[in-house]
Ligand binder design. Structure first.
Ligand code: DCS
Length: 481
């Protein structure tokens, strides 16, 4: 019988090929266990509010007023909302043509794109052009749109760090391109090794792949490293020499937990380098309201900024964005608030600073508790989470555990993570979901559980790990060569 168009066997093969581990087998099992009444600690997704982080007051006040503009006409509005929230809500509403219920321009509201440009200009010390900034439903949609614009067929290659956040591998599969991996060096704190990157490019070229773009995630997901300025400079030189567009995923730019390497954008370093590079290297940078001390994942606000792209290309990207009509408008307002928060002297300033600092300082302490906790466990080693929201410990499994996994028909890291989930309710993502060197096993957890729950979570992890190692350990050594 001829299959129908939406029968599984006749689907687009690219759709079937997509793998996205953050909501994969482990997540599905965790959801099942939760339904059966087991308490699950969802550390598989960087979703801060789901783990109890409270929203910042000021942005929610502004968006509440934008959503319910009749409150602005209520004589008691001043009793419920501070004057700066009221005036900011009026400011954003005046940018729309009909409030939050109306589509905006497909690139986003011009007034908010201007606020983003001001933020970038101030951050980098080089002015930014709002015409080259597009607002998106979270950074994901921007990344997908740019990859779609770059990938022509399976011979187009995208250099992606390994381990990587699977948005990249999944989207490259979906659009039918080729992922060209470059390994981050765990022993060098997940830094870049250009010898190895050049080898990856040469190997891809020998297979007939045209390498067209390079992705960096800084600070890293799942690896948590903050790249040094020197590393980024070298990376930009590499893109210049090899004619690659750099896709700079900088969504964790506020999440920094060490003082030696503050966040510096790829764009700033590119402009610092001056011509010819500053005029030649094509760069697209991504940011979001989902991370930082905002953690407003559900609002779906993000942007990308394009540097050195010709106007004809920008027009094509605009045309494709127009197919979806408009990014969601409340998300755009969150983005406006993120790039233009209360200033010293504003009524809401002190409260805003207090709330945002408390989130970041707690994340910094949690990063330390987690790293120390993992490093105190048998057969576990873990680099310090310098930034972002994750810990990515290496788990050295005894050969007997690997054998048991093989018998169970599971990858060894999946086997370990499933055991952890069943025993403790801690829902993690196996390292294989992000890519890892052959025979070296990891898991990823977020550092997001509430600080007061952290010691108990780490104790429960340690207990599981001790028992697991006890069960499978023998004298023949570990999985790592
Ligand atoms: N880029 C990176 C590196 C990310 O980690 C994420 C989300 C995104 C982009 C997309 O974010 P938004 O679309 O929400 O802006 N990180 C996922 C993760 O690893 N866990 O949770 C979400």
């Amino acid at each position: 019988m001829t299959p129908k168009p939406l029968d599984y066997e006749s689907l687009n093969e690219n759709v079937k090929k997509v793998a996205y581990a953050v909501r994969g087998e482990l997540y599905l099992r965790a959801a099942e266990l939760q339904k059966e009444g087991k308490k699950i600690i969802f550390t598989n997704v960087g979703n801060p509010h789901a783990l109890g982080q409270k929203p910042l007051t000021f942005p929610r006040q502004v968006v509440a007023l934008c959503q319910a503009p009749f409150l602005l006409d209520d004589p008691n509005v001043g009793l419920l909302f501070p004057a700066d929230a009221i005036s900011r809500a009026r400011h954003y509403l005046s940018m729309t043509s009909g409030g939050l219920g109306a589509y905006s321009d497909s690139r986003g509201l011009p007034g908010i794109r201007k606020e983003v440009a001001d933020f970038i200009g101030k951050r980098d010390g080089y002015p930014s052009d709002p015409e080259l900034i597009f607002l998106t439903d979270g950074a994901s949609k921007g990344v997908m749109q740019i990859l779609n614009t770059i990938i022509r067929d399976e011979n187009d290659g995208i250099l992606v760090p390994v381990p990587q956040y699977p948005l990249y591998s999944a989207t490259i599969s979906l659009y039918g391109g080729s992922l060209v991996p470059y390994f981050l060096e765990e022993e060098a704190n997940w830094g870049l090794d250009f010898y190895n990157i050049r080898q990856s490019v040469a190997a891809a070229r020998s297979r007939g792949i045209t390498v067209r773009a390079m992705v960096i995630i800084n600070p890293g997901n799942p690896t948590g490293q903050c790249l040094s300025e020197a590393n980024i400079r070298e990376l930009l030189e590499f893109c210049f020499q090899e004619n690659l567009v750099l896709l700079a995923d900088e969504v964790y730019q506020q999440n920094i937990y060490q003082d030696e390497r503050p966040f510096v954008s790829a764009r700033k370093i590119l402009f610092d380098m001056g011509p010819p590079m500053s005029k030649e290297v094509q760069l697209v940078s991504f940011h979001t309201v989902s991370k930082g001390y905002w953690g407003e994942c559900g609002q779906r606000g993000g942007y990308f900024e394009m540097t050195n792209l010709p106007s004809q290309t920008v027009d094509e990207i605009y045309k494709v964005a127009s197919i979806s009509l408009s990014p969601n408008v409340p998300g755009q307002i969150f983005l406006g608030l993120m790039v233009n928060p209360p200033k010293p002297g504003d009524i809401s300033y002190l409260k805003f600073v207090q709330e945002s600092k408390a989130v970041l300082e707690s994340l910094r302490r949690r990063a330390q508790i987690m790293t120390d906790g993992f490093n105190s466990c048998r057969n576990v080693v873990c680099n310090f989470t310098e930034g972002a929201m994750y810990s990515f410990p290496q788990i050295r499994l005894p050969p007997k555990a690997i054998e048991a996994a093989r018998k169970a028909g599971k990858a060894p890291d999946v086997f370990y993570c499933l055991g952890l989930l069943e025993a403790t309710g801690i829902s993690t993502v196996p390292g294989s979901g992000f890519g890892q060197k052959e025979g070296v096993l990891h898991l990823r957890t977020t550092i997001l559980p509430a600080e007061e729950d952290m010691p108990a979570i780490m104790a429960s992890f340690r207990k599981f790990n001790d028992e697991f190692m006890e069960q499978y350990e023998n004298c023949r050594g570990y999985s790592r060569m």
